[in-house]
Write a protein that binds this ligand. Structure first.
Ligand code: PLP
Length: 410
C-alpha cells in the first residue's frame, strides 16, 4: 500500500491509501474518490456510542442519548435507515435476519432504558412484532415443558399458549397473578417458564413482581415479564430479578401507531444469543424502517409518558364521578371504564368520540379507545361493557370534554 497526501478535502487533511494494483494509474479522480470514501459514512461512523455518554441516570437523558451514532465530524445525529438484506462478508452481521445498524441502534437504546449504568449491561434483541418476540421465548421451552402464565394475559399470548398446549407442545398452568400465594404454589411443582405480564392487558391487574421473580429464581424457573404497559419509565423488571423483559414496541415505546416491532431484553449473554438465534431461525427480524421509527419515537418516551400519565390520572378522577360509569381502573397511560354491564352503551361511547380515536392498539400520541369484547377472541373474563382507553398527549381538558360529551350522548 502507498500513501498519497490528499489535500482535496478541507482540513483536517487525511491520507488516502491505494493498493499496489491501482498504484500505476492513480488519477486525480481516483484520489478524490478514495479520499471521499474515507470521510463517507461507514459502520464505524454510525457505530453506537451510548457507552461514551457519562453514565446518564435519568431516563429522559438515556432516551435521548443511547444508541446514537458516534460523535465524529459529519456523523449524522441519528442512525440512518440501512435498507440492506445482505452486508459485505467478514463482519458480525452478514444477513438482515442477524440485524443491522438501524436495528442495533434501537436495541442499544432499549437495553439502556431497561438496564442501568450500575447493573450488568442489558442486551436487547428486536423482533418483527411483540408476538414474534413472545414466540421466540416460548420456543425456548422444551417440548412438553411446563409454562405457568396469567389467566388474564394479553389475548394474543393467551391464544398462542392454548394453541401450544392443545397440540401437546407445552403443559400449561394458568394462574391468577394477583394471588401471589397461588402463583408460588404453582412454581413449587417446577416449571420451565413463568410468564408474567404486569399490569395485564386490558384488566390492569398487577403481580407482586419482586416476590414472584425471587421465588422463580429459587425454584430454577426462567421468567419473562411483558413490560409493554408499564414501559421502562414505570418499571424495570430486570432490576426486580426477571430473566427476560418483553415489549410490544408497537405501543408506548415507539408511541406513534406507525409500526410493528417487538423486543426481548436480558442481562444474560447466553440467553440473549439463544433469543437472537430464535429470531434468525424463526425469520422474525424487524425492518430497518420500523426500527428507525421506533428509535425516533423513543427519544421522546419520557416526556410523552409524563404527560400521558398525568392526563390519565386526571381523566380517571373525572370518570369516577360519572354516574353511568361503574368502575374505573388506571395504570400509567392506560385506563379502563365500565358502564354498569351495558355493553351497547360502552360501544356507543367509543363510536361517539371525536378527539379520541376508536381503534385497537394503544400507547400512541393520540388517545384511543375500544370495547375489548368486540373482538371474538377476547377472553370471557373481560367484561362486555369494559372500554380500554389509551391516553395520549393531547390537552387533558379537551380529552375530558370529548369523552364526557360522548358518554352523555350515549
Ligand atoms: N403484549 C401486550 C401486552 C400487548 O398488548 C400486545 C399487543 O397488543 C403484544 C404483547 C403483542 O404485540 P404486537 O402486537 O406488537 O405483536
Amino acid at each position: 500500500m502507498h500513501e498519497i497526501e490528499c489535500s482535496l478535502l478541507r482540513p483536517p487533511k487525511i491520507k488516502a491509501t491505494v493498493s499496489p494494483e491501482v498504484d500505476a494509474e492513480v488519477t486525480e479522480d481516483m484520489v478524490r474518490t478514495l479520499a471521499a470514501s474515507q470521510h463517507a459514512p461507514t459502520a464505524h461512523h454510525y457505530g453506537r456510542a451510548m457507552n461514551s455518554v457519562e453514565s446518564p441516570r435519568d431516563k429522559a437523558t438515556i432516551a435521548v442519548t443511547a444508541g446514537r451514532p458516534e460523535r465524529v465530524p459529519d456523523a449524522p445525529l441519528n442512525t440512518p435507515i440501512v435498507p440492506a438484506s445482505a452486508f459485505v462478508a467478514g463482519g458480525p452481521t452478514e444477513y438482515a435476519r442477524e440485524g443491522g445498524l438501524t436495528i442495533a441502534a434501537f436495541e442499544e437504546l432499549l437495553a439502556a432504558l431497561e438496564g442501568t449504568p450500575d447493573s450488568t449491561p442489558a442486551i436487547a434483541v428486536a423482533f418483527s412484532s411483540g408476538m414474534a418476540a413472545a414466540d421466540a421465548v416460548l420456543d425456548t421451552v422444551p417440548i412438553g415443558g411446563r409454562v405457568i402464565a396469567p389467566t388474564t394475559t394479553y389475548t394474543g399470548v393467551a391464544v398462542r399458549l392454548r394453541e401450544l398446549r392443545d397440540r401437546g407442545a407445552i403443559d400449561l398452568n394458568l394462574v391468577d397473578i394477583t394471588n401471589t400465594d397461588a402463583v408460588i404454589a404453582a412454581t413449587e411443582s417446577g416449571a420451565d417458564l413463568l410468564w408474567l405480564e404486569s399490569p395485564t392487558n386490558p384488566l390492569l391487574e398487577q403481580a407482586d413482581l419482586p416476590t414472584l421473580l425471587a421465588q422463580a429464581r429459587d425454584a430454577g424457573i426462567r421468567t419473562v415479564v411483558d413490560n409493554t404497559f408499564a414501559t421502562p419509565i414505570l418499571q424495570q423488571p430486570l432490576h426486580l430479578g426477571a430473566d427476560i423483559v418483553l415489549h410490544s414496541a408497537t405501543k408506548g415505546l415507539s408511541g406513534h401507531s406507525d409500526l410493528l416491532l417487538g423486543a426481548l431484553v436480558t442481562t444474560d449473554d447466553q440467553l440473549a444469543e439463544t433469543l437472537r438465534t430464535r429470531r434468525i431461525l424463526l425469520g422474525a427480524a424487524p425492518s430497518a424502517f420500523d426500527a428507525f421509527l421506533a428509535t425516533r419515537g423513543m427519544r421522546t418516551l419520557a416526556v410523552r409518558m409524563a404527560k400521558a400519565h398525568a392526563s390519565a390520572a386526571y381523566l380517571a378522577e373525572q370518570l369516577s364521578a360519572e354516574p353511568t360509569v361503574s368502575r374505573v381502573r388506571v395504570f400509567g397511560s392506560m385506563l379502563t371504564m365500565e358502564f354498569g354491564g351495558d355493553a351497547d352503551r360502552a360501544q356507543r361511547v367509543c363510536e361517539a368520540t371525536r378527539i379520541w380515536v376508536h381503534a385497537t392498539s394503544l400507547g400512541g400520541v393520540e388517545s384511543s379507545l375500544e370495547r375489548r369484547r368486540r373482538w371474538p377472541l377476547e377472553a370471557d373474563h373481560v367484561p362486555e361493557d369494559l372500554v380500554r382507553a389509551s391516553v395520549g398527549i393531547e390537552d387533558p381538558e379537551d380529552l375530558w370534554r370529548d369523552l364526557a360529551r360522548a358518554i352523555k350522548e350515549s
